[in-house]
Ligand binder design. Structure first.
Ligand code: ATP
Ligand code: MG
Length: 505
């Protein structure tokens, strides 16, 4: 990190206004003191700190706390009136920049600065500089800790823990430490330290168990007003019936997400799950994250458009950047067609959104696996489905007889029923053409019916519910047929022998 050198350069450059946008104010002030300490005596400039609460104080030397000027306008006047070179760090001055008087005072200070060597450093979490001051200013950005720095932060904390508690020799699993080093990317120094400290000081050890908690905390820090959501509820592969090819595909890529470098292979880009509604696409997206052992971030495509009208592309850019910061992770683009309606978009926003998404998908090298889901092929733009965009497009059809049997068993068990007491083969046979969601609903309805009759639930109650159901395959027969016809030459079946034959782990 060359923060010190860079800050020193910018302070000596003669630029009178330095803008520092950071959430790590403490760290920046430390750095500023450090740079100030090392100024050569010949051009030493005293360092002051101002905030609305404490007023102006000397920062480079410890003086008795003085009664100091706190009013923003007064303080700028004081700076302007001073003829001696000095550095003034103004904390959270941003609200006062809406006052034209203050803006003009800052400009006066900037104009005089060449003569008297004044530098004003504005430090806030975010700051919009008025145009009048742009020409007099430079930005300074604190670098984020590098992987080596993150590693040494963790190692120092482990050391500190052991020193504080002699005799406790918490194990630090080297693989978990490496994973943590990777996962703490994109955070400021202070946040890195805080999250790493939590992970170390809960038990003095770094193990694989620490990683999910750190990722959640990181997400909460970074995504304060974003539209990505962190999905806590993951499912295992055994909670999904069918999907054999998808399961094999995911298992084969597990190593790529475990931190092991895979010689000669690029990071997997992602998959598109396309197909019939209620057949487990969303479920499979949740399972993807748990198989790979990484966080699941969900981007609701509809929300990109609705929530902050007019800022769609910015929302997408920010969401993708956030996903990269959280990598390795699965980015779940749910119901992608909802956002990408290609037909009725007069402003061209959809086109631009697709273009941004495609560019990002082709250029990025980070470990973000996209799992996109869609029901409707007609509204998906052709460029998104073109070969090479996704690593694989899986077609999710209505479940096979075997898969239906498994779906029945999964949901019976989920609700405390013993599948061995039920006639699963008969129910599986009867539900040909049902979606997974319809089978699940039938079981739920049968439970209600049996409880109402004060009888223990049996196969006959479930069958009775299925008989009342008009399944999707009937209601949407034509749509499903045309979806299948489209999918046959273009996609790989999500369930079936295509890939699963070659590896059944
Ligand atoms: N293959 C399956 N195995 C186990 N449960 C399933 C399966 N398919 C569907 N289900 C059940 O049906 C529910 C709905 O499935 P899910 O939301 O994943 O479907 P989807 O394909 O995403 O549907 P949509 O297109 O409507 O979003 C699931 O929560 C699950 O309980
Ligand atoms: Mg879904």
């Amino acid at each position: 990190m060359n923060d010190r050198r860079d800050l020193d350069l910018v302070l000596r450059s003669g630029v009178p206004l330095i803008i520092v946008e950071t959430t790590d104010e403490g760290r920046f002030l430390e750095l500023l003191c450090d740079v100030s300490d090392h100024q050569p005596p010949t051009d030493y400039r005293p360092l002051f700190r101002w905030s609305i609460t404490d007023g102006m104080q000397r920062l480079d030397i410890a003086l008795e706390k003085q009664i100091a000027e706190a009013e923003p306008q007064q303080v700028l006047r004081q700076i302007r009136a001073s003829t001696k070179p000095a550095i003034y760090a103004l904390l959270d001055f941003h609200p006062y920049l809406s006052d034209p008087y203050n803006v003009r005072l800052l400009k006066d200070i900037a104009i005089d600065a060449r003569r008297n060597g004044t530098v004003v450093v504005l430090i806030s979490h975010g700051l919009e500089l008025p145009n009048e001051l742009r020409n007099y200013s430079a930005q300074f950005q604190l670098a984020l800790p590098s992987p080596e720095e993150r590693r040494s932060i963790i190692e120092n904390l482990l050391e500190e823990y052991r020193t504080e508690r002699p005799g406790s020799r918490g194990p630090a699993d080297p693989k978990a430490v490496e994973l943590l080093v990777q996962n703490l990317s994109g955070l400021t120094y202070t946040d890195t330290l805080r999250l790493a400290r939590n992970a170390v000081f809960d038990d003095g050890a770094i193990t694989a168990d620490d990683v999910p908690a750190v990722m959640q905390a990181k997400y909460e820090l970074l995504n304060k007003d974003g539209i990505l959501s962190y999905e806590y509820e993951l499912v295992g592969l055994s909670d999904i019936a069918g999907f054999r090819n998808v399961k094999v595909w995911l298992r084969q890529r597990r190593a790529a997400f475990s931190g092991e470098p895979l010689a000669g292979l690029d990071n997997p880009k992602g998959i598109l799950l396309l197909g019939v509604q209620g057949c487990g696409k969303s479920l499979a997206a949740r399972a993807a994250a748990s198989v790979l052992g990484v966080p699941l971030l969900r981007l609701e495509f509809g929300a990109l458009y609705n929530k902050y009208h007019g800022e769609t592309e910015k929302n997408l850019r920010e969401s993708l950047a956030m996903a990269e910061t959280m990598s390795p992770c699965v980015l779940w683009l749910d119901e992608i067609e909802k956002g990408l309606a290609s037909g009725n978009d007069e402003t061209g926003t959809s086109r631009r959104v697709i273009a941004s998404l495609l560019t990002w998908m082709s250029e990025r090298t980070s470990q973000v696996l996209i799992v996109a889901t869609a029901n409707d092929i007609d509204s998906l733009p052709p460029e998104l489905i073109r070969k090479g965009r996704f690593d694989e497009i899986f077609f999710v059809d209505l479940p096979s007889a075997t898969a239906r049997g498994k779906i029945l068993e999964i949901h019976m068990r989920d609700r405390g029923l013993d599948p061995r007491q039920m006639d699963v083969p008969k129910l599986a046979h009867y539900t040909a053409g049902f979606s997974g969601a319809e089978i699940e609903q039938g079981i739920v309805a049968a439970l209600y019916a049996a409880y109402a009759l004060r009888k223990p639930p049996e196969s006959k109650h479930i069958l009775a519910e299925f008989r009342k159901t008009k399944p999707l395959s009937v209601i949407m027969a034509e749509r499903i047929d045309s979806l299948r016809a489209w999918a046959a030459p273009r996609t790989v079946p999500a369930d079936g022998e295509h890939l699963s034959g070659c590896l059944e782990a």
